[in-house]
Structure formats: C-alpha cells, structure tokens
Design a protein around this ligand. Structure first.
Ligand code: HPA
Length: 264
C-alpha cells in the first residue's frame, strides 16, 4: 500500500485524538466488546480514515480506539475486513500498516474460530503457534515464508501468564481459509489430517503483513464452535456470536495481563 496514503491517513487520525501506542490489538467477530474495558477512550470510525476498508459482517463494529489498560496505552481496531468481502489483500492488511505507523511494535490479533478437536471445546481460548495459510494467496514477498512467525519466547510467556491467572489457554495451529461459507465435514477431516487445531477466515494475512513489517505478532483464537462434522449438528453464526459473548471475561483478563506483561 502506498506510503503516501498511510501518511495521509495517519495525519488525519492524529487530528482526531492521541492515537499513539506501542501495543495494538485487532478484535475479531463478537469480541469488540473488549474496548469497554479500556479507560479514557478516544474513538474514530473507520469510515473517517482515508483508505480504510469497511466491514460488511455482523459483529464487526468498525472503529479505531485509543485507550488505557491500567496505565498502558493501547490502540485497538475493533473490527476487520475479510478477503471474502471482496477486498484485495492489500486492503485487508492496510489497517495493520496504519497501526504500525501510529507506533505499534507489537500486535495481538484475535479472531473467532471453529475448533477441529474434541478436546478444544467451544469457549476455550487458543494461542496460535503456527499458521496454515490455505487461502491460496499471500502478502509475503520473500520467496520463502518463515517457519513460524510467532516467537516461541513470547508464546511461552503468554502461556505462563494464562497459567498464573488460571485461564485455560490451549495452544495450536490455525488454518486460515477464504470463506465465506463454513467448511464441509470432509474439509474439516482434511484439515485435521494436516494437524490444524482451529479454522477461520482471517488473521493469516494480517499476521504475515505484521511480521514482514517487523512487528512482534501474537494470535489468539476464541473457539466459538466445533467445526463442521466434529459434532453431529449444523453450526450457525448465532452460535459463534453467543460463545464470543460467553468468554468475554476470560478473554479480557488474558488480554489485560498479556498487554501488561508485553509493556514491561
Ligand atoms: N469455520 C470457519 N470460520 C469460523 C468458524 C468455523 O467453524 N467459526 C468461527 N469462524
């Protein structure tokens, strides 16, 4: 994405408030409510930011928020767009570049995802340790993608924080597909064979763009449902939203502790 566009957007954003922080979060489907835990918030609708893609999906409110978690300033993108909405990869990752231009050095990407394992029940949170980019597209510009973009040291630290706080946090691989439809049971069996633990329609491109731009990246999935065919019943978007609401407390606690740990 053209640097000029990013610079123009940042100049406009800065006229609207103190949008600057070293830690940024992107909130996925049903998780936008986390911004209510922030103090002294300044909010800016995505529609006011030049070049910013606007989501058409339920559960994505669409605003950039600056606020404090305790004494730690954070930037939050409440909402994101997906490739399946018709946006280009460049547009999908544009918000990541904006966050970096606003000062973010660390980014925590969150999403709602389907669980591919019976022992990862809906309502659990999962720290992403590996990505399977199955979208057939990549923003990664080097010939070789890195083995994993998630730093093992940071993963270990995040797991430790969860343990200390008695928050159940699974660790696993996230398979990113284009969507927009959920997978078939046969596709889920295929993904399980490929050792995916969770499946979703976001996060892979944003993670790679952030990593490539030199940011420290963390990914957290809120497992909102068993993926198709894991149980003997169909899934629906309402279930995804409902589970998001149910795990809010643990999710907020984990993010708060993580942010404090990363800030020190
Ligand atoms: N599949 C893909 N994306 C998802 C799912 C799922 O089961 N649940 C939440 N996002």
């Amino acid at each position: 994405m053209a640097d000029k566009m990013i610079n123009d957007a940042v100049a406009k954003i800065r006229t609207k408030g103190p949008f600057k922080a070293e830690i940024a979060l992107v909130l996925g489907s049903g998780l936008g409510n986390f911004v209510e835990t922030l103090d002294q918030t300044t909010r800016l609708s995505f529609s006011e930011i030049p070049g910013f893609p606007i989501s058409t999906v339920e559960g994505h409110s669409g605003e950039l928020v600056h606020g404090y978690l305790g004494d730690v300033p954070v930037l939050v993108n409440s909402g994101r767009v997906h490739f399946y909405e018709g946006y280009s990869l460049e547009q999908v990752v544009y918000p990541i570049h904006i966050l970096q231009a606003l000062g973010a050095k660390t980014i925590i990407l969150t999403n709602a995802a389907g669980s591919i394992r019976k022992d990862f029940p809906p309502g659990d949170l999962m720290l992403i340790d590996h990505l399977l980019n199955l979208t057939g597209h990549s923003v990664y510009q080097d010939n070789q993608e890195p083995e994993s973009i998630f730093d093992p040291q940071i993963l270990k630290r995040a797991s430790q924080i969860a343990e200390n706080e008695s928050i159940l946090l699974k660790v696993g691989s996230y398979a990113g597909l284009n969507g927009p439809s959920y997978e078939t049971p046969a596709e889920i069996r295929f993904l399980r064979l490929k050792q995916a633990d969770a499946v979703g329609m976001s996060t892979v491109h944003e993670s790679m763009a952030a990593f490539q731009a030199g940011m420290q990246v963390l990914g957290i999935s809120c497992l909102t449902n068993y993926a198709a065919g894991i149980l003997d019943q169909p899934l629906n978007h309402e279930e995804v939203m409902e589970t998001g609401r149910r795990v809010r407390e643990d999710f907020a606690k984990l993010l708060t502790k993580l942010v404090h740990s990363l800030a020190t």
